[in-house]
Every structure is written in C-alpha cells, then in structure tokens.
Design a protein. Structure first.
Length: 440
C-alpha cells in the first residue's frame, strides 16, 4: 500500500473506524499523489518568474488555442451543447476522428478499425481500457520512466501488476533489448500480457525512430505468434508533435492493426493536445485487430462494451466539449492553425537543444533524448531533484517538476523561446547554490 494511502486510512480510522469498515479494497488503496499535480500547484503559487511544470502550451502569456475553437463557443445551439450526448459519443465526431486517423496514419488505409468511442479525456480512455481488459494481477509492461497516473489507474485502482524496463540504452536511444527481454519474460509466465507505449513520451519527450518502431512491432507480433495473447496499447496523447526527420511519424497502432489474431491494438488519443483543448476533456479509444466474419459487427460489440463501461461511470462525455471539437475539425482553418502551433512548439524544442549544447552545463546534468511532445528531462549529477526544485521555487520563482531522486522535467511547451536560456541558467545557478559554489 502506498504510504500516502496508509496515512489517509489512519486519519479516517481515528475519526470513525466504521468508515474504514465500509471502504472497498480499492477505496482503501486510493490516494492523491504528491507528484506532478501537487508540484504544479506549488508552482502556481510561487513560480512568479517562470513556470515550466504544467502539461499545456502557452503563447505570449495566454493559453495556446485555435481560433476555430474559441470562435465556435458563442455559435452553438443549446441542443448541441446542453443535452446528454450518447455514451458512445456524438456520431459525427466519431466518424470525423476516424477519418482523421487514416489521414494522419497512411499505413491504416485499407485496414479495418473500430469507430472511436468518445471518452472524457485520455486519462478516462486508459481507465476504460483497464475496465475492459484487465483483471487484478494481470500484467502491464511499461518503461520505468512513466507518467505517474498510469500507476494510479492500472495498479492502485485496477490491481494490475506493472512490469517495467529501462527506457533508454546508454541514454541515447530506445532500449529495444530491455523491452524485448521484459516482454519475453512476462509472456513465458502468462497467457496474456498488456504492453503500454506512449510516444511522444511523457515525461522524456522522446519518440522512437522508424527503425525502432518497426522492431517494437515485430517483437509484439512474434510474441503473439508464440501463443501469448497481446494487448498493445498506444497512448498517443501528444500525437503529431514530432520535431525531427528520423522520428516515426505514424502511431504504432497502424503497424499492428490486423497483424496477428492473438494481438489487439488499442489506440487512446484525443483532442486534448492535438487541438490544444485540455479542459474540454475529449478523448477516444479505438480498436484494431484480426477478426473473422463481419468486421463491423465485431467492432460494434467492442464499442458497445466500452460504451457500457462509460455509461456505468460518467454516463457520457461533455456534449459541449464534443461539439466544439467537431466544429474545429470541420473548420477550413483547422489544418493551418494546427501547423502554426506545431511550428511554435518545434522552435521551442530546437531552442532547448541549442541552449543545452553549451559545455557550461555538462558538469551539472545529462540530457535525456527528446525529439517531440511538450517535455524534456535532465538527469542531475550532484544534487537531489526535489531539493533543487524547492530551492528554485523559493529563491528564484521558477517552477519545475522533480521525478525520482535525480530527474527534473521541464515543460518547454509553456516557455517562450526567449525565456529558455534564462531558465537553464537559473537551474545551473541553483545547483551551484546547493553545492556551495554559487554566489549568494
């Protein structure tokens, strides 16, 4: 049991022991993590200079957005916003999102996939995957460097076992050997494994190369061919934000659809980051596998089961949010708006790389590989990440996210280009302060 959950239980037990008797096993294990959310809350209060903690994008001090999103808000009829939406999602939005998947992933053309089911954001989509496909003690394979909420959704709430591998090989590339070994090890023990892959990766900002992606797909297909049922889950939250030529530009979902009868590809994605509408909470879950008979009937059954889980939890995702996203997707300006924001974020990422080439930083940290998404991470050499985070926040008004003992996550998505050099110089100065070599 997590220590935070144990502390909460003790408080409840002291207040009324009968409440503890009533709590479910899941309820007893639930807690609110002291992770990114609590660190971001501290930064909102104290990071008066630079706040590189939150997973959104900003521009000139305001929340980044599409005009096609904001312009639609005053033009939506009550029946398109205030009424209940179907638990499956608005039909037109589901079709529009599936159409977009074929455009963004040309390898999908000619293959059969389900209609996406609308979820209340991507977090909810992952939770629906867990409800649909995981029993307690089932295994989910992930990198040890992961988004912390996976642990809450999959392990704490669902009771699945998380089996991890080292994400990077020599801090340069995706660790294919470690990944393959972990998959082989778990496949030998079980009839079913789940593998969750997240590219662009949160928190490192790394996406696999085309060659790495092809090998990942081969490993999973080979595992299925040896007799293990494989659930290949792709969290494509930051899809499309690929900044380097060698990076794989399609989702691995496309590589594994209809690949093997014992392998089901599951794509969770959403408008959250792709359309810069974090608070609208519009996500999707889509299935792609090998089926016998009428594809539409089989996928319809999966969609109905998924919608049943949604009906039994939140009833349906926001009708207003879905309508706004749909209108934006249908706008003539959508593609141009998306490209404009992509260029802003790419320029920020390239500026981070340029700044970090300066040799003055080499004694303070190593840089994890990054080529996409919102984030990048530093591996600190001489100080504790949480100690440094608090020091930067209190002394310099700079907010960053500490992860583990030595890792520091920086969200360049909410940094203007001209703030990037100053931020890293402040981080370096903070390290010097803690090591006793800085000016006081």
């Amino acid at each position: 049991m997590n220590p935070i959950a144990r502390d909460l239980n003790q408080i409840i037990e002291k207040g009324n022991p009968h409440l503890m008797e009533m709590l479910s096993d899941m309820g007893k294990n639930l807690f609110f993590p002291k992770g990114i959310l609590s660190q971001s809350a501290e930064a909102r209060e104290k990071a008066h200079k630079l706040n590189a903690t939150i997973g959104i994008a900003t521009e000139r001090g305001r929340t980044m957005h599409f005009s096609s999103v904001m312009d639609s808000l005053s033009k939506i009829r009550p029946e398109d916003s205030l009424t209940y939406a179907p638990s499956f999602g608005i039909p037109a939005l589901r079709k529009a999102w599936r159409d977009s998947l074929f455009i963004k992933n040309p390898s999908l053309v000619g293959r059969s996939i389900s209609l996406p089911v609308v979820t209340c954001g991507i977090t909810h989509a992952i939770s629906m995957f867990a409800d649909m496909w995981l029993n307690p003690r089932d295994v989910v394979i992930l990198p040890e460097m992961m988004w912390g909420n996976y642990n809450m959704i999959l392990n704490v709430k669902k009771g699945a076992d998380l089996s991890t591998y080292t994400l990077f090989f020599q801090n340069k590339e995706f660790n294919l050997k470690a990944f393959e070994k972990q998959v082989e090890t778990e496949a030998k023990k079980r009839d079913k494994i789940s593998v969750l892959l997240n590219f662009p990766h949160n928190p490192s900002g790394y996406s696999v190369t085309q060659k790495e992606g092809e090998r990942i797909a081969e490993i999973l297909a080979e595992t299925a061919d040896k007799g293990t049922n494989v659930l290949a889950v792709f969290d494509d939250s930051y899809f499309g934000l690929f900044y380097e030529d060698q990076t794989m530009k399609e989702s691995l979902f496309a590589s594994l659809c209809e690949r093997h009868p014992k392998l089901l590809a599951i794509k969770v994605d959403g408008a959250t980051k792709e359309s810069f509408v974090w608070g609208l909470r519009v996500g999707f879950i889509t299935y792609g596998g090998v089926v016998t008979g009428d594809n539409e009937i089989i996928y319809d059954a999966l969609e109905r089961k998924t919608a049943g889980s949604i009906r039994g939890s939140i009833s349906n995702a926001s009708h207003l949010g879905q309508t706004v996203v749909l209108k934006s997707l249908q706008s003539d300006n959508y593609a141009a708006e998306k490209e404009q924001k992509f260029k802003i974020l790419k320029n920020r990422a390239m500026r981070v790389k340029e700044v970090l080439e300066n040799p003055k930083y080499r004694g303070a940290w190593d840089v994890y590989p990054f080529n996409s998404g919102y984030f990048m991470c530093l591996r600190l050499k001489s100080v504790n990440s949480e100690t440094l985070r608090l020091h930067l926040l209190e002394k310099y008004g700079v907010g960053l996210i500490a992860m583990g003992e030595k890792d520091l996550r920086i969200a360049f998505s909410c940094l203007e280009e001209n703030d990037i050099l100053e931020l890293f110089d402040i981080v370096l100065q903070g390290i010097k302060d803690l090591n006793g070599s800085g000016t006081q």
